[in-house]
Write a protein of this length. Structure first.
Length: 324
């Protein structure tokens, strides 16, 4: 049983935890398009690969799967999730399980407007969202929404091009100058992150970890505190099972006046996952079990609460010759 982690980047801890969980039972192999991705050097073996947009990319990955007898594959970056899902049959033919959601689910999460529409149709609370200036103006006139508002790209990630607007002129300017923007009700209140695992065999939600975000920096959670609310667990479980995600997912929510609003879903390990692991939520072992054909029992909650995570910088030194 060997795992392939694609686009590992700076996610050293994720690689380290997988190595811990796999122990002598299997190897952890990593890829990245840059030799300066520190997590590469954490793996049992690593490969430099072309960018995911290169025509030969998939063939290169399939060759690695064959050479390393890979059983499971996952990616740590958004644009690669749909690519993997679109080729699930190719991987299946090689005996490789994709630890992730199917194509339709991956595409839906990349498009914040589509995700909003799905949430609306299925009755989940979320921030009011508009995708044209005319719709937004109409909503303002009907007093359905007021200022401030939040403007962001429909297919954005990593907090690029996000902004708050306090008047119509600014909102219209930001909308016009971005690439396919959406306008949202500005959410005040507590931001929450959830790390969820949906068993690949039973398709049930088997683990949920939630944290209140204390400080954000450059689009990532910089400081957070773990907590448990059974009501939130129930909402997340219902949402995830109804929407059909699989494997690891990361959800962003807001809590306002006792209501939990769903904001964003990333069907992969989020950058804040190490907080969950440190509190006793080991999703690497759940993945190892699934790859060996074992379904995991449901164990939602039961982790350490009131544990504060504070990020800090680390560095890896490798021989320059080793990066060529
Ligand atoms: N409607 C909103 N109101 C206030 N802040 C928001 C809103 N939507 C997003 N944000 C803030 O912007 C950040 C990035 O937005 P998000 O939708 O998660 O996009 P990304 O894909 O870039 O992570 C969020 O973590 C949150 O801090
Ligand atoms: Mg986000």
């Amino acid at each position: 049983m060997n795992l392939l982690i694609l686009s590992c980047g700076t996610r050293d801890k994720v690689v380290e935890y997988f190595k811990e969980a796999f122990g002598d039972a299997g190897r952890v192999v990593c890829t990245d398009c840059s030799p300066y991705a520190p997590a590469l050097y954490e793996a049992d073996a690593h490969y430099l690969v072309p960018r995911i947009t290169a025509p030969e990319y998939l063939d290169v990955i399939c060759d690695i799967c064959k050479k390393e007898s890979i059983t499971g594959v996952l990616s740590l970056i958004d644009p690669e999730l749909s690519l993997l899902a679109a080729h699930s049959e190719t991987f299946a033919a090689l005996g490789v399980t994709i630890v992730g959601s199917d194509y339709e689910r991956c595409e839906r999460t990349l498009n914040k407007w589509e995700l909003y529409c799905w949430m609306q149709e299925h009755g989940y609370p979320c921030a009011k969202t508009y995708r044209t200036i005319a719709d937004f103006r109409g909503a303002l006139e009907r007093k359905e929404i007021g200022f401030p508002v939040f403007i962001k790209p429909m297919k954005g990630s990593a907090s690029i091009q996000i902004a708050r607007a306090d008047d119509f002129e600014t909102a219209a300017f930001l909308f016009a100058h971005g690439d396919q923007m959406i306008i949202q009700e500005f959410m005040e209140g507590q931001e929450i992150g959830a790390d969820v695992y949906i068993d690949l065999i039973s398709k049930e939600v088997v683990s949920i970890f939630t944290k209140k975000k204390l400080v954000m920096r450059a689009g990532e959670t910089d400081k957070a505190v773990s907590f448990i609310d059974e009501r939130l667990f129930e909402q997340i479980r219902k949402f995830v099972e109804e929407s059909g995600f699989e494997g690891q997912i990361d959800i962003d929510l807001f809590e306002r006046d006792g209501v939990y609003y769903f904001s964003e879903v990333n069907p992969r390990f989020g950058g804040g996952y190490p907080h969950a692991y440190a509190c006793g939520v080991d999703h690497m072992t759940l993945i190892r079990n699934n790859l060996s054909g074992i379904a995991n029992p449901v164990r939602i909650g039961g982790y350490q609460t009131d544990k504060v995570m504070m990020k800090y910088s680390e560095m890896r030194i490798v021989d320059a010759r080793g990066t060529m």
